[in-house]
Design a protein around this ligand. Sequence first.
Ligand code: FES
Length: 138
Amino acid sequence: MAGEADEEPQAPRRGVGSSGESSPESSNETSWDVAFELPGGIRRLRCGEGEYLWWAAAREGIALPSICLQGRCLECAGRLLHGRVDQSSADSYFPEDEAAGFVLLCRARPRSSLRIRTHQAAEMRAHRLAHGLPAPYA
Ligand code: FES
């Protein structure tokens, strides 16, 4: 019987054919399993490929930090521990950020299953300053 295991599946799922369970994504969209390491513990959710991670968290009642919601202020920063994201719609995101594993959750869309440590604004601002890059609110 195909039940939900506690482990992190590596394969994407499609929303089509889900039997009555509420689906975070539009019916045709691939979605991915996401584990957030929050200060209070780990929360898991599903996020569609077209959905930003910050909003997927909000939908599940997880209040992540934010100021701009445009990928500029760094307030929503997280650290990518596993997986890949599309950060192309962030207003301000540098190759150095990606190399260091920082992600801006308000403008990050999943491209694989993910594990992300949240609440990394101070760390990302320090990283930006160390590399001579913009660090709003630092
Ligand atoms: S809330 Fe400003 S970068 Fe995400």
